[in-house]
Design a protein around this ligand. Structure first.
Ligand SMILES: *Cc1c(COP(=O)(O)O)cnc(C)c1O
Length: 396
């Protein structure tokens, strides 16, 4: 049967091959991940969990689960190996947002207070934004970054002691510096709060040893599997063993029905790949490439939030170019370069326009780009931006 869908998939594949992909949350998965996610496992219902895990789960609600039980157990074992941890892991969340929803529900009640980072400072929508369930269900207090763009730990402590939140959250979608999980844990202890880390963006760096690990410090850790981890689209929750039962019931039956077993298979393949020395080497290259590209922008006179990067991404502050993030994003799209507009700390424009763009190196490093390649892309972006500024002057 002719299907329009496969034509569209072919077109999208072409687009992905023809563009320079700098969206910091994207990556390219392996053929094996695609095969697992496109497999017959999508046919299987398996509400529940493999029997008798540390959480005391009593098994599935359907028959025929022998194989998928083995698969899910295997997946969990690998992920614990990757992060060298004895934390409990739940691999069923459908996405990063679903993982955060279940993580909150495992320890919070509606109306409880969360202390997290402000969205315009680089946090994620699910960290308490008023347009998201997290902001509608919970009281949120936000900590800020300092004038240089770094997380202001004195502000975190002051707000933790004043607001006495039930939970303190660390982790971000657009923060280019190392997060001091140990300092957060210390403050959480002092304030009598639970400590949760959302390591969605940096999980690959944690796995490879390029970012300090939150394991041993945080009570709950959530992540996506499709960003620097370079796997199938999905989420996971890790927690201290004593929270296992609460986390598992918050995922199912709390917030989800049947798990996506084809996606869990994809997560297991992702884990097999992340355990290899080649993957660690890949992440080291992502970080080196990011620093090289960021330094190129600084040399060319651009404002970079915090002046640099410790991880796989950085933020260009376009304020003194007079251009918005949206204008630059759209123009670069026409030049085959894909990135996203992003708010900068102290943002004065609407989130639809923004004063910045976010740039990440995880995807193109998978494609084999070297430091020199990334510097060349930075120079091309600079040429496009300078043309835009000139055109603006002429028409003004
Ligand atoms: C990407 C991201 C999420 C959400 O992941 P989705 O799979 O898009 O729902 C949550 N938290 C952080 C910090 C993220 O960067």
């Amino acid at each position: 049967m002719q299907s329009k869908v496969f034509e569209l998939i072919e077109k999208e594949m072409q687009r992905q091959q023809d563009t320079v992909e700098l969206i910091a949350s994207e990556n390219f998965v392996s053929e094996n991940v695609l095969r697992a996610v496109g497999s017959c496992l999508t046919n299987k219902y398996a509400e529940g969990y493999p029997a008798v895990r540390e959480s005391g789960n009593r098994g599935r609600y359907y028959g025929g689960c022998e194989v998928v039980n083995e698969l899910e157990e295997y997946c969990c074992t690998l992920w614990k190996q990757i992060f060298r941890t004895d934390y409990h892991v739940n691999v069923q969340p459908h996405s990063g947002s679903s993982a955060n929803l279940a993580a909150y529900f495992s320890v919070l009640r509606p109306g409880d207070t969360i202390l997290s980072m402000d969205l315009s400072n680089g946090a994620h929508l699910t960290h308490g934004s008023p347009v998201n369930f997290s902001g509608k269900l919970f009281q949120t207090v936000f900590y800020n970054v300092d004038a240089a763009g770094y997380i202001d730990m004195a502000d975190v402590r002051a707000k933790a002691l004043a607001a006495r939140p039930k939970l303190i959250l660390a982790g971000a979608s657009a923060y280019s510096r190392t997060i001091d999980f140990a300092a957060f844990a210390e403050i959480a202890k002092e304030a009598g709060a639970l400590f949760m880390v959302d390591m969605s963006h940096i999980a690959g760096l944690v796995a490879a040893g390029d970012h300090p690990s939150p394991f041993g410090l945080a009570d709950i850790i959530t992540t996506t599997t499709h960003k620097t981890l370079r796997g199938t689209r999905g989420g996971m929750i890790f927690c201290r063993p004593e929270l296992a039962k609460k986390v598992d019931s918050a995922v199912f039956p709390g917030t989800q029905g049947g798990p996506l077993l084809h996606v869990i298979a994809g997560k297991a393949v992702t884990a097999e790949e992340a355990l290899t020395p080649e993957y660690r080497e890949y992440i080291h290259r992502v970080v080196r490439n990011c620093r090289a590209m960021c330094e190129a922008f600084v040399r060319m006179g651009y404002q970079v939030v915090t002046g640099g990067t410790d991880n796989h991404l950085f933020l260009l502050d376009l304020t003194n170019t007079g251009l918005t993030g949206k204008e630059v994003q759209d123009e670069l799209d026409r030049h085959g370069i894909t990135l996203n507009k992003n708010c900068i700390p102290g943002e004065t424009r609407s989130p639809k326009d923004t004063s910045g763009v976010r740039i990440g190196t995880a995807a193109m490093t998978t494609r084999g780009y070297t430091e020199e390649d990334f510097v060349r892309v930075a120079e091309k972006i600079d040429r496009v931006i300078r043309q835009m500024i000139q055109l603006r002057k002429k028409t003004a």
